[in-house]
Structure formats: C-alpha cells, structure tokens
Design a protein around this ligand. Structure first.
Ligand SMILES: [Zn+2]
Length: 410
C-alpha cells in the first residue's frame, strides 16, 4: 500500500479537481484502493509504518497519447520507413517507450506500425519497460490511399507485408484484412478514409474507401468488441467514417456543420493530432520532410486549429494524440506538446485538457479501467512538481510515475 497526497488531485473523472486530495494505491493488485480528500480518506501509514506516504503539489491519472506510431523511425523520409528493417525499428522503439513512460504517459494507442503487437506483448510480459500499449498493428488503406507507398512500383507494395499499412479494395478484401488483424490480436482497427499530408499523390480532402468498404471493417471489428479508428482529414471522408460506425476520427482538418452533427449523433471521439502539424509547419523543412508534405501541411494548418476550436465549442469529446513517430522532429517523450497546444492555441480550459489526456483518451481503447483514478481502476498515477491547472506545461514537471501501482524508474 502507498498513500499519495496532493495539494491538487485531478481524478480524470467528470468532476472538479480535489484540493488536499489523497489516493491510496495497492501495489499487489495494481489498483486504486481509495480516493478523495485527506479529510475523508484514512491514511493507513498512520497505523502501519511499512506503508509509504508521499506528498506532491499535484497528482493526475497517468496520461494517454491516443495517437502515435511505435515504428522506431528516425527519419522523416517515407522511403526510409519502407527500406529499414522492422527489427531495427522495434529496437529503437524500445528506447522510445522508456521516454514515453518517463514523460508520464502510462498508456498509448499505436495506430499503425509493424512493431506494435510485439512491443505490446513484451511490455505486458515485463521484458521491457514501457507504457501500456493498445495497437492496431498495420493500418489498412485502399490502393492509391494514404497508406500506400505511391513512390514505389505497385507490385512491390502489393506483394509485401512490410510498412505502416497494407492495401485492401472492395468490401470482401476489407473484411478479410480486418479478420487478419483480428487474428493477430489487435486492440483497435485502423483504416484510412481520406488522403493525407505525408502521402505523395493524394490530398487530405479526398475521400477514400466506399461506404460498403467501411461497413465491412466496422462490422468485423465490432463483432469482436474492438473499436475502429479512421485517419480522416477532409469533411467527405470524415462523414463516410462517421455514418458507417467508425469510433474515432483521427486528425480531422476540416469539420463542417454536418460533421459536427454526425459526431453528436454517433458519440464518436475526435483525436486531432495538433502536435505533428505544429512541428511540420515550424521545423519540417530542416528535417527532410518532402516538399509535398510541407505544402499540404501549410494549406491545412489554419483550418485544423479552427476545426478543433469548433469541436470544443460544440462539446465533442476531444482526445490527446500527437501522431509522433520517433524522429527528432516528432520525438517520443515530447508527447506533452499536445496538451500545451490544446490549452495555448485552441484555448481549452486546463482541466478540460487534462480530461482529454485521461478519461477521454481512454474512450479510444477497449478498456474501462484506465484514464481515471477511482476505486478499482488501474493505479496509473502521475505526480507533478507544480499545478497543471495553473499552467498545463506543469505536466512536464514529472516527479514520479506509477503504472499498475508500480513505481516507474525515471
Ligand atoms: Zn498517425
């Protein structure tokens, strides 16, 4: 047992922060034993000297990055992504996982990598340190879609299982590809219903996959109780995803009124990924990002930030996701940037931002005991040296992290 007191305790639940809060965690079960004010929750360390007792300026649930890629990439050149071995990627991603955990992120959702499944299992087995990983394995794209490597001959892409995504066309192939992922044991299915920035020959506003194709993915995923995430940037492809039952919209550059209505009708979650956009615009040219990627980012950036403001005003659930991959431009361990952009650029209230990074981010994964500190939830806890409700950058002031009740070596 361990008692953690906090001047400010954010539980992640839809409730105000608790002043002079206390949380008691049980290291044996890895769960939260009790949570409340110091007045209401007994301090077991008073009666038992073996119980640890600590005090911090602020405590929150462990943070969640709901959109990243555990590919271990170290370059922004898409050609490098396909020619480097997955073993090299996995080895580098092992180092990335340590950085993510040390930054206070105790869960991540990997939405497109060859290496996510192996890394997830290695972390679960205790073989390597890391956050809890929910992974889609490789994403699924249509031919000529965002997940296709347009710069390579078609046969090379079609005959290879390598890379961040695989191809499927027509409802039958989509169903089969979904079933192959489910057979691999993925936690979420990742599809792409629009073009994107870092794919050469398509564009964010172009819609990809038909209604029937998206339905096939959603039916198969929901049958086994896993969510479907869609890379969707332009409004037509966002609508294709939402009207056919996709659970999370990734990126969302252009949201019109109909998109907002569909979000409300379907209760889907929005994962904006402002961080990669911010980094591409600010520093992309210095890091080998292809010119087509820079140009498309510049075109979309303003409307992307506007779309997030609009979604926030409409009360749509917004989850934090960086879309970080690993190179110096978009490095793991810097995942707190998304919280800063939501607070400082979009103008979200700090407490709302913390909810986005905890309970709301947890909506994107098929587990209901992460993202909040309540009796019986997983004891994923972040202790901070200053108050994130004053300035959300305090989430970088990490003093201690526990995952499943166990202290993480920083
Ligand atoms: Zn991504």
């Amino acid at each position: 047992m361990r008692v953690i007191d906090a001047d400010v305790l954010v539980t992640g639940r839809d409730e105000p922060p608790i002043e002079d809060g206390r949380i008691v965690i049980d290291e044996a079960s890895g769960q939260v034993e009790s949570v409340g004010t110091q007045e209401d929750v007994d301090d077991p360390s008073q009666a038992n000297g073996d119980v640890a007792h600590e005090q911090y300026p602020a405590v929150t649930p462990g943070l969640i990055d709901a959109h990243l890629h555990l590919t271990g990439a170290r370059s922004m050149d898409p050609m490098q992504w396909v020619i480097e071995s997955s073993e090299l990627g996995a080895a580098r991603a092992t180092a990335d996982l340590r950085d993510i955990l040390a930054a206070g992120f105790t869960s991540v959702r990997d939405v497109g990598s060859e290496t996510g499944l192996g890394l997830r299992d290695a972390v679960d087995q205790g073989a390597i340190p890391g956050p809890r990983i929910y992974t889609s394995g490789q994403s699924i794209s249509q031919t000529a879609g965002h997940g296709d490597s347009h710069f390579l001959p078609y046969d090379w892409v079609a005959d290879s299982d390598r890379g961040i995504g695989t191809l499927a066309d027509g409802p039958d192939e989509c169903r089969k590809e979904a079933r192959k992922r489910i057979r691999d044991g993925v936690d979420v299915l990742k599809i792409m219903t629009t073009g994107g920035v870092l794919s050469e020959k398509d564009a964010p506003d172009q819609s990809q996959f038909t209604d029937a194709e998206v339905q096939a993915f959603v039916e198969e995923a929901h049958r086994v109780g896993i969510p479907v995430a869609s890379h969707a940037q332009g409004a037509p492809g966002i609508k294709t995803a939402l009207r056919n039952g996709v659970d999370t919209i990734e990126h969302g550059f252009y949201l019109d009124e109909e998109c907002i209505d569909l979000f409300e009708e379907t209760d889907a979650t929005f994962v904006p990924t402002l961080s990669i956009m911010h980094r591409l615009i600010e520093h992309g040219a210095d890091h080998g990002v292809p010119e087509y990627g820079l140009e498309k980012s510049r075109e979309a950036s303003e409307s992307h930030f506007e779309a997030v403001e609009r979604a926030y005003e409409a009360g749509i659930p917004i989850a934090t996701g960086t879309d970080f991959i690993g190179p110096e431009l978009v490095p793991h361990g810097e995942n707190a940037l998304e919280l800063e952009l939501l607070a400082n650029e979009v103008g979200m209230d700090e407490h709302d931002v913390l909810q986005s990074a905890t309970r709301i981010a947890a909506r994107t994964v098929p587990d209901d005991d992460v993202g909040t500190l309540e009796v019986g939830s997983r004891a994923d806890v972040l202790a901070l040296g200053s108050d994130p409700l004053e300035d959300v950058s305090a989430v970088r002031d990490v003093e201690a992290v526990w995952k499943d009740g166990t202290a993480v070596g920083l």
